[in-house]
Design a protein around this ligand. Structure first.
Ligand code: ATP
Ligand code: MG
Length: 255
């Protein structure tokens, strides 16, 4: 059995008479330490699948097991970086970052040391005492990423975490994420809209169909890291992925 095992997961959101069929019979396995990227058009259920994996949202049907245990709520070894950064507005960047550690009863000195390290890692030095409303969108996102990394999670669930960053910061954060991932041997499920980001990061790229989301195709990326986006091999993978989702994109564009 795989470390993460998603079996026949279906999600229907119901609000009064209205139903949205977000996911249909999704099956997905991830091995311990694997880096998975989820790719698919807007509204295909990527965030929904991540919410289900985090234990925050129940599936309508199907099961998720982690390390052989059925998932029945938020998992202690999992950290989530949401599409909306989800910071506490009344806490400084530093306090936000240290929040998960405080919730786990880590002593103050240790909390300070871990969060100071991560503030440097994500490039927020000088802004650690600012409140979320005083930070740029990209900075807020980096606070969210630092907060998720404080507990050295075994499972890192990331929903377009670099979407709001400029190209340079994004490149730095991608490299940093790979470093942290290699160091901690976390299993990462990373949602992105960006094909080159997926090819740069992933062991396997999981492509989903438009709503209701199903797994359309899984493309392994067997390129050594660090990957060079200018190589023919990198481009060949970009083309493979693009060919898979091209039909979906053109269908949406002509709708
Ligand atoms: N809490 C909710 N209640 C009702 N419907 C929802 C809820 N969350 C998501 N949906 C619906 O489920 C579908 C899938 O949404 P989801 O956010 O998972 O898509 P996504 O692939 O993450 O899209 P994007 O790329 O735009 O972030 C959408 O039609 C959305 O409107
Ligand atoms: Mg989403």
């Amino acid at each position: 059995m795989s470390f993460i095992d998603v079996n026949g997961v279906t999600k229907v959101y119901r609000r009064r008479a209205e139903e949205v069929h977000a996911l249909d019979n999704v099956a997905l396995q991830a091995e311990f330490g694997e880096f998975i990227c989820l790719l698919g058009v807007s509204g295909c259920g990527k965030s929904t699948l991540l919410q289900i994996l985090s234990g925050l949202e129940p599936a309508t049907a199907g099961t998720v097991t982690i390390n052989g245990q059925p998932l029945a709520g938020p998992h202690a070894d999992a950290s989530v970086v949401f599409q909306e950064h989800g910071l506490f507005p009344w806490m400084s960047a530093r306090t936000n970052i240290a929040f998960n550690l405080k919730a786990r009863g880590v002593p103050a000195a240790k909390r300070q040391q871990i969060s100071d390290d991560l503030i440097k890692v994500v490039g927020l030095s000088g802004f650690e005492n600012k409140y979320p409303h005083e930070l740029s969108g990209g900075m807020r996102q980096r606070v969210g990423i630092a907060r998720a990394l404080t507990t050295s999670p075994k499972i890192l669930l990331m929903d377009e975490p670099f979407g709001a960053l400029d190209a340079q910061t994004r490149g730095i954060m991608q490299a940093e994420l790979l470093r942290v991932w290699a160091l901690h041997k976390a299993t990462v499920v990373f949602v992105t809209h960006s094909i080159d980001e997926a090819v740069f990061l992933a062991d396997r790229i999981v492509i989903m169909t438009p709503r209701p989301g199903r797994i359309r195709k899984i493309i392994p990326v067997d390129l050594p890291r660090p990957r060079d986006p200018t190589t023919p091999e990198f481009n060949e993978h970009m083309r493979l992925v693009l060919n898979e989702i091209h039909d979906d994109i053109s269908r949406l564009a002509t709708r």
